[in-house]
Design a protein around this ligand. Sequence first.
Ligand code: NIG
Ligand code: FE
Length: 416
Amino acid sequence: MSLLLTNIGELVTNDPAEGRDDGPLGIIRDAAVLVEDGVVTWVGSTADAASRVGDLGGSDATETADFAHSAMSVVDAGGRAVIPGFVDSHTHLVFGGDRADEFAARMAGQRYAAGGIRSTVAATRAATDDELRARLAGFVAELHAQGTTTFEIKSGYGLSVADEARLVRLAGEVTDEVTFLGAHVVPFEFREDPALGDGAADVYVDLVVGEMLAACAPHSRWVDAFCERGAFTAEQSRRVLEAGAAAGLGVRVHGNQLGPGEGVRLAVDLDAASVDHCTYLSDDDVAALAASNTVATLLPGVEFSTRQPYPDARRLIDAGVTVALASDCNPGSSFTSSMPFCIAVAVRDMGMTPAEAVWASTAGGAAALRRTDVGAIRPGARADLVLLDAPSHVHLAYRPGVPLVASVWKDGALVA
Ligand code: NIG
Ligand code: FE
């Protein structure tokens, strides 16, 4: 089965080459894309497509010399823009309940405290597999409808061996990008145990690196730790991340979200694929990131929903750091699954240009997941494509809140 998109007014390839505009976006005007068996096989101009595949005619079953015996569906983009599917490299989508009351209290002046995570842990433990599955299916539909075609999901609201194992298994039913986040916070039953006292976090970390990791690693690709005051120290985080790496998992870190800290330097030291949040950075942190292979993933929904200062994307990009944008979709700090929303905020309040924000949401997310098969539209890439109801990618930031995603293909199949 083949798919030909023609008459694309602006094609964002993220594959810069001679004759293509706008730096890293590698824009082609009046473009066409050919997809065969879920993979992009050709990218060029609409005029060249016509000569390549014969008379297109707008029919949905055109047989040509090149594609004899294979039905081809042809989509006329009508001069609108096509971009790569968004790659959301940071979500926490397996959870029970919500925390709308906490959000309302924050908007009335209360501060965000990561301790709210424990209330979601209670609601998640109380939910059945099927309840969590139904919720996940809803989120996947929501992601697709907003143009996200690759997404990572973390555990971290189970925090017992059985519950964390359940969450990574459920996440694995909808994505290959599963992250074990047993080191999210110290759960209530450890923290409140008078026998453990100040040693509660270390005793919990013993469990995380032992039985919990053994149960979760077979279902995960990544290990993550929340390295922050009130969660885990750099030493505790390092224990978890090194144990995960020894079990074959790639490393990612939550760091420098609520204040300055050691998360970024730990991430760089361990060659993490990404360190996420990066709101409070020293000059040394920025220099270390610039000299590393670690992506700085910024999460605009968090600062929006917690009324904290936004991370400074401009400073990072100007220093040569690779920046990704992700939603961090979770019920506490950022309950949005919308990458267009993140783009609009990043452009408005974090010093990014529209082109940088679109790149960070597609190719940047792919880099944060160390993937080369997604995040770009070039021969050999997965055919994850978003047709916008707009003439250019700029409209994603220029028209905030407007549903501009018209059609979405994942692996060449229409999903929204
Ligand atoms: O990435 N920072 C830690 N974890 C989540 C928040 C989770 C929550 O508040 O439930 C985050 O922001
Ligand atoms: Fe997070």
